[in-house]
Design a protein around this ligand. Sequence first.
Ligand code: TRP
Length: 436
Amino acid sequence: MAAVGSAVGLGNIWRFPYICGKYGGGAFLIVYLCFVFLLGSVLMMSEFVIGRRAQHTPVKAFQTLAPKHKAWGLVGLLGIIASFFILSQYLVISGWTTGYVWHAVSGTLASLGTDSGVISEFFNQFSTSTWDPIVSILIFAVLVLAVILGGVQKGIENVSKVLMPILVGLVLVLCVRSITLPGAVRGVEYLFLPDFAKLSSEGVLAALGQALFSLSVGMGVMLVYGSYIPVNDNIFKTAMWITACDTLIAVLAGLAIFPAVFSCGFEPTGGPGLVFKVLPNVFNTMGGAGTVFASLFFLLLMVAAVTSAISLLEALTAFFSEHTSTSRTVGAVLFFSVTAALGSLFSLSVGPLSHVKLAGLTLFDFVDRLNSIYLPPICALGTIIFFGWVMPEEDVRDEFSNHGTLSIPFYPILRFLARYVAPLALLIVLISGIIS
Ligand code: TRP
């Protein structure tokens, strides 16, 4: 459940719809699903296996399992660096979500009515202002810190178990409302009828990045969680469950957003603000109940973001305390302060500092690229090659079969995917994406 909490987050509800919309809808969805099930789930299993086998955090885990080739630790280090940047960026969007909880509860969102221009403008003003997003980031970050200092199991599991199912229920309600809006059918078609002419090689790379991001794999975070998995748990089943839940929620989020996008006259290519501009419109068509639904929805989205941010901070904290033998508290507070500061800077780069460019992109867009297109696929490639070719095969079998007590009929297929299909696919997508 804690791993589901890590996987299910803003990636499903905020990022999936806007990336899917940007890169063509249905065709993107198909490529995305292939990546999720053929690559993402295998990667998740590989991280679980490495983590549980080694009982260490990323760098040491690789080094323990391949004592003669210490350089593999670099893959772990790359993952930790990626987690650091992802957390910083994640805090920005989490801040927007936290801000929207307040605007929903206070009735501000409801007062905007159903004029899409007014609602968009409100989001633009909010996200480009100086202080509102930063204060929201800080409130959110303090929450995350409070949970993580409560300890791994108690804090993370309890929060995940109760609140995730409620979020799914709410997304379902939103789907029904969105699909019954006038003109909604075009949105359903956009999501489910593939038009491959719209798919570019950049879109394929984006689908890969989104699959990795959404499943929280390719960055050593699931490796850390793997080291906490009890000896008797079935790694294959656990990973398949997480993958299925995560994907279902992303598709449901798409089904909640796209019909409303077309019905309310937005563009599916609207970018990172998409969810924040479209959903208030949907809530405001619900009359008085809209405010209640909106408040509950953004609150739960915030909770989903908390459980994901926790996993990122947890990986950083565990890594840091393993290598420096300082307490978890020191590590958590340190990383929390630095990522929150960096997050605030990224937030400013959406507004007052939008003229500051790195490689022609704002800081926020730059780090978004780094986090989706470059670091995770490279780290994922390293992890899967290590899993398929470097780590001793007896260890892998032993972990999947729980020391020979479980039968593993899927193993040959999995091994084939991990040794050949996944590395080749990652390599091709990476190279073609970078060239284009
Ligand atoms: N998967 C989360 C989401 O969809 C984000 C996330 C949490 C993440 N932990 C991660 C992404 C680790 C990459 C790596 O919102």
